[in-house]
Design a protein around this ligand. Structure first.
Ligand code: 57M
Length: 359
């Protein structure tokens, strides 16, 4: 909004020319979202506690988690509010990609809200049936992928990091591929959110990485120089990713160990969905596997654990899946698991950016 209100004034006040720059608006979107989360955090925690929206902790998890019972949850509402507000304030609202990623964030947030509300407020332990959740996520994913596929400038070739020459053309099957990326990332972040700050830390690192990846994908000269796919207009997603980065840092202020608030499905589902959507629009779908490597490993640990359990009639690969519980049960203190996962997330983010040159 500020872009539309203030940039036109640059003819009278040259200082307002700064609003045309994506870099400037990304920084201030980030600071705005951070400030919103930081200032509204205590109020949010108080309101959730007053409404007894406290986490029910399953008894079959690590024993140490029982002390977390009652921690205010659904803090994802604050993350969504901060991210959406900062994006609406600082992004160019004539850019369709901004609205597409906000559509995914709000719709996946609604799915998570209903799930959390049924579980934490109505005390219906099952929440929203898993197949209903997945069905709606897939429907939104197909809509978004279809909208992108229908664009005249959309190219269904998929670039693979490190292998510039290998660029398969998926044709119409790109719609299924993109939907899988969006839904898969959403659920992988959801699985990861099982320790204080364990999900929001890597989400924040991924958001910062996609500030860079969005900017270069939307800059025709840089994209040509780096020999990556150019997606006109995708650079504006750097503003959204900046807002996501700021909101993530602001939420982490309260979600860090020992957590004063959990994000709930209303946070984890939209955060992953948004990252998947940004990766699809900026054409870094495969690179997302590296950027979001923590989420990939967490999801794979569950897949391998459940498959091995079924094939061997009850044996396990890990002490408990997702893998963060395995390290907990090995005796690693919770903060140590969390910070080590953050360190790995930062290394993966740096490696992902380096692939732009190593192609
Ligand atoms: C999402 N939710 C946390 C919190 C957060 C198929 C199976 C792998 C599914 C998986 C599952 O239920 N996943 C649901 C993970 C939960 O966190 C809430 O959920 C929101 C995210 N969606 O925002 O509201 C618990 O995580 C802890 N937590 C923190 N700090 C945080 O900042 O400590 C969360 C955020 C919270 C709190 O204790 O209650 C969760 O873990 O459920 N199931 C599991 O992950 C279970 N694993 C399991 O059953 N493994 C089996 C098989 C199925 C693979 C095995 O290894 O044999 C574990 N989780 C629980 N109990 N709750 C272990 C058992």
């Amino acid at each position: 909004m500020l872009y539309h209100l203030l940039y036109p004034l640059h003819t009278a006040f040259s200082a307002f020319n700064v609003f045309r720059y994506i870099t400037f608006r990304t920084i201030y979107a980030s600071l705005t979202a951070l400030l919103i989360c930081w200032l509204l955090g205590p109020w949010t925690i108080r309101k959730l506690a007053e409404r007894q929206i406290g986490q029910y902790v399953r008894t079959d998890g690590p024993p140490a988690h029982q002390t977390k019972t009652g921690t205010p949850t659904m803090g994802g509402l604050l993350i969504l509010f901060a991210t959406v507000t900062a994006t609406l304030l600082w992004a160019n609202l004539t850019n369709p990609f901004v609205w597409i990623v906000l559509l995914v964030m709000i719709s996946y947030g609604a799915i998570g809200f209903i799930d959390d509300y049924l579980m934490q407020v109505k005390k219906e332990s099952r929440g929203l049936p898993g197949r209903i959740k997945i069905l709606i996520q897939v429907a939104v994913g197909l809509l978004v992928a279809g909208l992108l596929y229908a664009r005249a400038d959309f190219d269904t070739h998929v670039t693979i990091p490190f292998f510039k020459q290998v660029v398969p053309d998926l044709g119409w099957t790109y719609i299924l591929f993109a939907t899988t990326v969006i839904v898969g990332t959403s659920n992988a972040v959801n699985l990861t959110d099982g320790l204080d700050g364990l999900a929001i830390g890597p989400v924040t690192v991924a958001a910062a990485t996609f500030v860079i990846l969005s900017y270069v994908a939307g800059h025709v000269k840089i994209a040509q120089y780096l020999q990556i796919q150019y997606m006109a207009g995708s650079g504006e997603l750097a503003v959204f990713c900046g807002a996501l980065f700021g909101a993530g840092m602001g939420f982490l202020w309260y979600n860090s160990y020992p957590a004063q608030i959990f994000m709930g499905d209303v946070g984890s589902l939209p955060l992953g969905g948004a990252l998947g959507t940004v990766a699809v629009i900026t054409r870094h779908e495969i690179l997302l596997v590296l950027v979001g490597g923590i989420f990939v490993v967490e999801a794979l640990s569950v897949i391998f654990q459940v498959s091995f359990f079924k094939v061997t009639n009850g044996r396990r690969i890990f002490k408990m899946a997702p893998i963060h519980h395995h390290f907990e049960l090995k005796g690693w203190p919770e903060p140590k698991v969390i910070v080590r996962f953050w360190i790995i997330a930062i290394i993966l983010g740096l490696m992902a950016v380096s692939t732009l040159k190593l192609r």
